[in-house]
Design a protein. Structure first.
Length: 183
């Protein structure tokens, strides 16, 4: 077994990334406190070639060294917008035909492995505050909620971990990542 070189990884340049057809998923980060979490979600959004990230409320936004520390350049590739509140971001996405799902533990949430959402060509996924989660006012505007099944005592994941799990599963299941993954 040999570790692949950077050339063998077929990495896109910033210009290649910006010109590439994106996976029609937008991440909404609502009232996230940690700049490291924001940077990590940027990095995941870059890895999965997502359309954009919408930063809402008091979620920190680039440029900031603590975001860049974990994003490792992904703030230069992934498109992003800022909104004072998630409601206006969600309305814009709804007007563009997005189905909107929060990642939250609620009554009648859909376990991630059972989520299909096939009636939506485009998806937006809302991640909420590290302590209080997605706010009730935002939940009311969603088409549903997705939950990551958990077996341990905590039943809670860091937002950057949750985002990585959810985004990979959505990309893998809905958008046939194998067509994008050529080595």
């Amino acid at each position: 077994m040999r570790k692949l070189s950077m050339d063998e990884l077929n990495r896109k340049s910033v210009n290649d990334f910006k010109g590439a057809e994106k996976i029609p998923i937008v991440v909404i980060l609502d009232n996230i406190r940690s700049m490291h979490n924001v940077g990590s979600v940027f990095r995941s959004a870059d890895a999965f070639l997502l359309t954009a990230i919408y930063l809402c409320g008091y979620t920190p936004r680039p440029p900031h060294r603590d975001i860049h520390k974990t994003a490792l350049g992904a703030t230069e590739t992934v498109g992003w917008k800022y909104y004072p509140g998630a409601n206006s971001a969600m309305q814009e996405l709804r007007d563009e035909g997005y189905g909107i799902f929060a990642v939250e533990q609620v009554e009648k949430s859909i376990p991630l492995h059972l989520f299909e959402g096939n009636e939506y060509e485009k998806l937006a996924v809302v991640f909420g505050n590290e302590v209080s989660g997605v706010g009730e006012d935002v939940l009311k505007l969603c088409d549903g909620c997705i939950e990551i099944p958990q077996l341990g005592m905590k039943h809670s994941l860091n937002i950057s971990v949750a985002a990585g799990i959810v985004l990979w599963e959505l990309v893998r299941n809905r958008f046939q990542v194998r067509h994008h993954f050529v080595r």
